[in-house]
Write a protein that binds this ligand. Sequence first.
Ligand code: UD1
Ligand code: UDP
Length: 383
Amino acid sequence: MEKIKVMTVFGTRPEAIKMAPLVHALAQSEHTEPIVCVTAQHREMLDQVLDIFKIVPQYDLDIMEKSQTLAKITEKSLHGLDGVLEEAKPDLVLVHGDTSTTFAGALAAFYHKIPVGHVEAGLRTYDKYSPFPEEVNRRLVGQIASLHFAPTERNRRNLEREQITDGVIVCGNTVVDAIRLTVDPAFAFRDEQLQPLDFENSRVALVTAHRRENYGEAMENICRAIARLSDRYPDVHFVYPVHLSPYVRETAQKFLGGRDRVHLIHPLAVDEMHNLMARSYLIMTDSGGLQEEAPSLGKPVLVLRRETERPEAVEAGTVKLAGVDEEDIFRMACELFDDPAAYDRMAHAVNPYGDGKTCGRIVRQIAYYFGREEQPPAPFRPE
Ligand code: UD1
Ligand code: UDP
């Protein structure tokens, strides 16, 4: 019997990290055959991930241009995918999450009447402008998809509220599968940027910030808070792998450049990043992926956003919403640097997002959808 041709479409760093273990699982299954198409909405940051996971895309739209608008990304992805889908004729298209590539990928497949599977479905803030434009991308893909791979039970309920009940399975987040492939206590950092760090005699606070809704005052507040923290704690090294977005780079350099213990470094390869997280004291971030990875490593996270579509780890106690006000961020970080009891309350490993078996569930659900398996997989339940 011919294998089910499953095309994964992705374009940015986080989509690639979360799709990579799934591409491998699709290749290993007797039922499926992966076809990889990247829009390359990101270029260097995407290629770093493809290298580590040894994935060579069959199709690469190579759309990235410096500082391009959302409309341009969507337009070029949609146009490029039209031709790719015409040629490859996949049986199913998988998109991930909430980026412009995700939306364009789902829409292009819909125009070709190819069913869409949405990986990481059902996350919601119910605020159209936060995260922007991701909240709306995710909702629109929910309307198009036939299969919805919801990481958590809460995500499933969000979909149910929108009358989306067919083809929904709670399966955990593939990011937990990815992190199990990369984190190793014996890992030796290759990256020269990390060589000066002394994990024995100092504490490392890992910082990332890139969200569009934080551009402007919020991003400046975040930087000011980090600057004040670095003045106050001589034993703490702030390591900030700066996103390649020109706005983010300029702001980080303007507010934090030239400080002794603030390391503004280039984006790290994903295995270096995950192992750096595992050795950090604290993580301060507005990233979605880091909020899901840090809990399984037992690292406290201060989320530099007003709200989050990932409240599970907040409930489990390892993540706190710090907001984007300078004083709040400063105060909440001071508490974690100064108060061992407050730190210990947050620093415990929890896995609300997965058990490392998510990709297997997704592949089995696809096989079931196409009539190759008699039973759907059992859903993910956190311990
Ligand atoms: C995108 C996603 C966001 C996701 C983020 C992950 C949308 C609307 N946004 O935001 O959901 O959280 O990726 O990082 O889809 N750049 C480079 N090289 C790279 C990558 C980016 O130079 O490898 C620069 C380019 O100038 C590019 C800019 O960064 O124009 C912004 O990239 P873009 O994909 O438009 O938005 P992100 O802010 O990265
Ligand atoms: N990441 C990485 N190198 C870096 C910074 C982040 O590999 O220098 C990884 C991180 O571990 C996580 C993902 O990139 O898996 C998060 O990507 P990003 O913050 O760009 O996007 P988001 O998750 O907010 O959509």
